[in-house]
Design a protein around this ligand. Structure first.
Ligand SMILES: *Cc1c(COP(=O)(O)O)cnc(C)c1O
Length: 418
């Protein structure tokens, strides 16, 4: 569910007419619904209320300060993947004991920063990383919680770029190696092996791959316990799918019904790391048609947003719905390719779509753009990154200014030898 809807043929975000927002900010603009973000966190919290999980919003999906603050205020922690995200988490006053740190390539500096801040645990992806964390922890004389990210060898039935739990993926540690690392834990005396982590991929719409993975994890944890492990936390990752097109993803309640029986009578503190599920359909990208170009075979709607603003269609072939800001009465529908101005044939945001007849100056929203949207944007073609706006009820505010031409060259210089 989300909070974008039509009222008298005009698109609204919560109680604000979207066209009123872009009259102030211009286009293109990302617009997020505060209510949708908070409600999605609450959906998971409620569905799993019986086990009081820690929900750590995977902030790589959308790391704007206002977005992560909304998540933190709703009681969520944060799943971070870099010292940059840690910096943002601090700005949002996230309780360090609600922060988990993932990623295959944490540097010693990043590890030290995170230990200083006192995060809950590191999700560890390899033996060398364990040694690095142990060395930094020893230097700082702090005992540190680690969670081995295991790779259960499960196919999540999603796009191959976002499947992470298969045996050939760069993520996680296979179960045999994980056991070996655990067996040698005494050498790593500054580490507390108190958690197991699993994250099998993204945009997973059915429960079965999760059940299969979690069953494998539970069996694995039993083996570790026989070897003397005291596992307190089970971090079950993220990956819950959302509706982009005609998917019918499991709800939080349906997910909980499938998952909770597995953990019945067990005392683990469960951690979830949803990203897309929280912010995916909490955001839209509003853009304006610059030209309509008709060829013998196609109608192109050339818009002012491009693949640098939203790369998911070019990168993953992802689908984003195209909704006009104003629905015209009885307008005929035509088939359009919605494309950006960038000099790449891959700069297509939506292909072969039936949309009401468009003209230059018409505005449309690319839907479900709240996750992996702005955060993956770039300055390609020297396009300033666009603004982000948050709506709450009748109010809205710019939460990131549109970049200027000057900001494009900030930090650049021409040396004397040129
Ligand atoms: C990306 C990622 C997530 C979030 O994934 P979503 O599909 O957005 O829920 C959670 N955990 C880890 C380790 C990740 O890499």
């Amino acid at each position: 569910m989300h909070d974008f809807h039509y009222l008298n043929h005009e698109l609204y975000c919560e109680d604000v007419k979207v066209s009123d927002i872009v009259k102030k900010t211009g286009t293109p603009a990302y617009i997020y619904s505060y209510k949708t973000i908070v409600e999605h966190i609450q959906k998971i919290q409620k569905a799993f209320a019986s086990v009081k999980p820690l929900v750590c919003f995977a902030m790589k999906a959308n790391s704007n300060l206002a977005v992560i603050k909304a998540a933190v205020k709703a009681g969520a922690g944060l799943d971070i993947v870099s010292v940059g995200e840690l910096f943002r988490a601090k700005q949002a006053d996230c309780d360090p004991q609600k922060i988990v740190f993932a990623g295959v390539g944490k540097t010693a500096e990043e590890i030290a920063e995170a230990i200083h801040y006192g995060i809950l645990l590191f999700n560890v992806e390899s033996g060398p990383e364990l040694e690095s964390i142990n060395a930094v922890a020893a230097k700082l004389k702090k005992k540190v919680n680690v969670s081995l990210r295991v790779n259960p060898g499960v196919d999540p039935h999603t796009h191959h770029h976002i499947a992470t739990g298969k045996a050939e993926s760069k993520f996680g540690i296979d179960l045999e190696t994980a056991k070996e690392l655990f067996r040698n834990r005494k050498k790593l005396s500054f580490l507390n092996f108190c958690a197991i982590h699993v994250h099998i991929g993204s945009q997973i719409t059915i429960g079965e791959p999760f059940v299969e993975a979690f069953q494998k994890v539970l069996a694995f944890v039993s083996e570790l316990e026989k070897m003397g492990a005291r596992i307190k936390y089970l971090n079950l990752g993220g990956g819950l799918g959302v509706i982009y097109d005609n998917e019918n993803p499991q709800t939080a309640d349906q997910f909980a019904k499938k998952i909770l029986p597995l953990f019945k009578g067990k005392k683990f503190q469960l951690i979830f790391e949803p990203g897309r599920f929280i912010v995916g359909n909490a955001g839209i990208l509003v853009t304006e048609v610059i030209y309509i170009k008709k060829t013998n075979v196609k109608n192109f709607a050339i818009i002012d947003a491009a693949m640098n603003d939203l790369i998911r269609p070019s990168l993953y072939g992802a689908f984003h719905g195209v909704w006009p800001l104003s629905e015209k009465d009885k307008a005929r529908k035509l088939v359009y390719d919605v494309v950006g101005p960038i000099c790449e044939s891959g700069d297509v945001l939506a292909k072969d779509r039936h949309i009401q007849e468009l003209g230059a100056g018409d505005q449309v929203a690319l839907m479900t753009a709240g996750a992996y949207g702005f955060v993956m944007s770039s300055n390609y073609n020297s396009r300033p990154r666009i603004c982000e706006v948050m709506v709450k009820g009748k109010k809205f505010a710019v939460i990131r200014k549109r970049e200027t031409l000057q900001s494009l060259i900030a930090g650049e210089s021409i040396p004397s030898f040129v």
